[in-house]
Design a protein around this ligand. Structure first.
Ligand code: MLT
Length: 417
């Protein structure tokens, strides 16, 4: 064993981290922007890269937070540690408005309030065994893959960045961005609808097929519905629990980040239905709800009272009006991006039920090549499709989260290229 010195440690690191690509996608983009901006300080960049909201927080939420801050300044209204699962009044509002009124049998107790879907969709691996066989779409939200790598659930990456041990289900223009049911056996599958990054949506029939497959093959679906508010067609499902049988095979992740502008404020929730089971090493059934409840109680102290009051106001009449207006605003941006790119002769997908437009890079440019081209020549930032997986190569994502002025200007610049 090497001798310890004052300046070196021999603590072992989690070597799984060494399998990761050098940088997480968005910090890598930020790094490239920084070096471009340092060299070109006068360039007025327009950022349509990371899906971060730009419009002010709804007034209903701000007012509720102000009231909560004043309560915190009194002896009777002060709140210390809250319940790790979230306050009952918020869990009840969520269960009622997001599920029960939409015909889904989800109870308040099955809602776990948290500080983000990114965290929850990674943390969920804490309660799942490491020998599960995992399927992801390609392209995919990188967090699902990286969190599996970090926790030792994969082998090394190959040259195209695909990790050994994961099943990749390609989604592309040819299959209408709808993954095929895996042909090899898997235990766990991540689905995201409306999809990040492609903007694709799933019909009720398509989701029913996934649920039937999951139930027949004892597969757990991790369903990311962070963008459900952007669905425009009333026939499309917002939650997997609108599908018969989903309570027995799916966990759902939801967020206030994109509909109510909480990306910086932080509030989300995860739904773990009672009765949803996994297997222990001895083959007996275990309730996932119990494990997630146990995990959250130990590792999480809940979201701040003030923020949860803000989230609760999303469900007031005023809050609903304001979030509908926000969603419409961003969807109008998406429509402008689609229209302008289409008339520039670029093939576009998504952007109709999601705040992301997924485009085919022109002139067969590769994704990072197009990123650099836009950054240097139009001063517009997007996200290279290859950053979401090998099958995203040759694609590019533009986010509709920005001001109208910036979206119009970005489109003018791209069209002028
Ligand atoms: C994205 O740009 O893909 C989003 O910001 C992801 C996220 O919400 O973490």
């Amino acid at each position: 064993m090497p001798a310890k010195t004052a300046s070196s440690s021999v603590v072992q690191v989690n070597s799984n981290y060494l399998k990761l690509k050098a940088g997480y996608l968005f910090p890598e983009i930020a790094r490239r922007i920084k070096s471009f901006s340092e060299a070109n300080p006068d360039a007025a960049l327009i950022r349509l890269g990371i899906g971060d909201v730009t419009e002010p927080l709804p007034l209903a939420c701000r007012n509720a937070m102000k009231v909560a801050i004043d309560e915190m300044g009194t002896n009777t209204g002060f709140h210390g540690y809250g319940p790790e699962q979230g306050y009952d009044w918020l869990r009840e509002a969520i269960a009622k408005h997001d599920f029960q009124t939409k015909g889904c049998q989800i109870n308040a107790e099955e809602i776990f309030v948290s500080d983000g879907s990114k965290c929850d969709s990674s943390n969920i691996l804490d309660i799942l065994g490491s020998s599960n066989r995992i399927a992801v779409t390609d392209p995919v939200y990188p967090v699902y893959v990286d969190s599996n790598v970090m926790t030792g659930r994969t082998g090394d990456a190959n040259q195209s960045g695909r990790y050994a041990g994961l099943s990749y289900l390609p989604i592309n223009a040819e299959n209408g961005f709808a993954a095929k049911i895996p042909s090899e056996p898997v235990d766990l599958i991540y689905l995201c609808f409306p999809n990040n990054p492609t903007g694709a949506v799933a019909t009720r029939a398509q989701l029913q097929e996934w649920v039937n497959y999951a139930r027949t093959n004892s597969v757990l679906i991790l369903f990311d519905a962070a963008y459900e508010a952007f669905i425009q067609n009333p026939d499309l499902p917002h939650s997997i629990y609108e599908i018969e049988g989903a309570r027995e095979c799916a966990i759902e992740f939801r967020s206030f980040s994109k509909n109510a502008g909480f990306t910086g404020t932080r509030c989300a929730f995860t739904v773990v239905p009672k009765g949803l089971k996994g297997k222990s090493d001895d083959g007996s059934d275990v309730e996932l709800w119990n494990l997630w409840n146990r995990r959250q109680s130990t590792k999480f102290n809940g979201v701040s009272y003030i923020i949860q009051r803000g989230a609760e106001a999303v469900y007031s009449a005023q809050g609903q009006g304001e979030i509908n207006a926000l969603v419409s605003f961003y969807m109008r941006n998406a429509a402008i991006i689609r229209r302008e790119l289409t008339s520039a002769g670029i093939e576009v997908h998504g952007g109709e039920h999601a705040p992301y437009v997924w485009l085919k890079t022109p002139d067969d440019m590769d994704s990072w090549g197009f990123f650099d081209h836009l950054l240097h020549n139009a001063h517009v930032v997007g996200t290279p499709g290859s950053g979401f997986g090998a099958a995203g190569e040759g694609y590019f994502r533009l986010s509709a989260f920005n001001s109208r002025v910036n979206v119009d200007e970005a489109m003018r610049r791209i069209r002028a290229l």
